[in-house]
Design a protein around this ligand. Structure first.
Ligand code: PBG
Length: 324
């Protein structure tokens, strides 16, 4: 007597069968590698809470980009650490700002790379909030103008795609109209549509030196308890013209990735953030887990939940593993 539950096992018995029926796969081209750019020349500075990730100066980008291309990772997401910060985050939209320089460098040296830029003010404001303040509160509407100026300066420098991460209301339509008015209709917007107020961003805030100097980001980032709100946030961004919807963080929010996947037909991106990366690295360093296997399983689960694109500090490690 053959039991019905024997059936799936028949297909698991050899690798060809397993591969034949595999529902989800990882490809290096689906991975986006975040890069932190710092001022100066010939500089590479390790980020203690993110082993394997360095802050690098603009001249180091070619090496980084070549290494990515070699591994099949074709897109970078750029973050800038400006020389000086101020109350209005003016370094964010400076025509010769750190990210603008980085974009030009990549376009000159490694034009095969797709350049995506994070559009936000928190790395550029001296108070560390994602917008400008009025009476110690982030003011949504005055921030919009600075964000669209920032996105435009990135496009002018040659960015292929902009990714607003600030979570101000109305920023996607504001950025879209400013880009269109300036003849950048072809530059897509990957919106951080669903960004939770999360402790998983801890190491990033150390890397980018952008922890808020007072208060927190809960007035503009989402409450981790909410999932219906994620659909409302995403719907607004779709209506405003977003081309890709992002969910962030990833692993603790796989249900949100899945519900966006089911609800919308736009490409979905997931940001596997700094804290998620740090946890894998730390446990692997201690010898408590197999870091490579956990990384692969984690990234696969993000794809299985419905993400087309994964932004991850593991991009190079994963691509290396895929190359065997
Ligand atoms: C900027 C921004 C943050 C991250 C990406 N863009 C920090 C934040 O919102 O506090 C976090 C990325 C990571 O943790 O890897 N707003």
């Amino acid at each position: 007597m053959v039991f019905p539950e024997y059936r799936p096992r028949r297909m698991r018995q050899n690798e060809t069968f397993r591969s034949m029926i595999r529902e989800t796969r990882l490809h290096a081209e689906q991975l986006v590698y975040p890069v932190f750019i710092m001022p100066g020349k010939d500089r590479r500075e390790a980020i203690p809470s993110m082993p394997g990730i360095d802050r690098i100066s603009v001249d180091q980008l070619k090496k980084e980009a070549d290494e990515c291309l070699e591994l099949g990772v074709r897109s970078l997401l750029l973050f800038g650490l400006p020389e000086k910060k101020d109350g209005m985050g003016s370094g964010a939209h400076a025509s010769n700002g750190i990210v603008q320089q980085a974009i030009r460098e990549i376009k000159k040296e490694t034009p095969e790379i797709t350049v995506i830029t994070d559009v936000c003010l928190c790395e550029y404001t001296d108070h560390g909030h994602c917008g400008c303040l009025i009476n110690d509160e982030v003011d949504n509407d005055t921030t919009l103008e600075l964000l669209s100026r920032t996105a435009l300066s990135h496009a002018k420098a040659g960015a292929d795609m902009v990714a607003p991460s600030d979570m101000m209301d109305g920023r996607v339509s504001e950025i879209r109209s400013v880009l269109d008015e300036n003849d950048f209709q072809k530059v897509p917007i990957m919106s951080y549509a669903v960004k939770y107020a999360s402790a998983f961003y801890g190491p990033f805030r150390e890397a980018a030196d952008c922890a808020p100097s007072f208060g927190d980001r809960r007035s503009y980032q989402m409450d981790p308890a909410n999932s219906r709100e994620a659909l409302r946030e995403a719907t607004l961004d779709v209506e405003e013209g977003a081309d890709i919807l992002m969910v962030k963080p990833a692993v603790a929010y796989l249900d949100i990735i899945r519900s966006l996947r089911d609800e919308f037909d736009l490409p979905i991106a997931a940001y596997h953030v700094s804290g998620e990366y740090a946890m894998i690295k730390a446990a692997a360093e201690k010898g408590w887990i197999d870091g490579e296997k956990i990384m692969a399983e984690t990234l696969l689960s993000i794809r299985r939940a419905g993400a087309d694109i994964i932004i991850t500090y593991c991009a190079k490690d994963m691509a290396r593993l895929l190359q065997g």
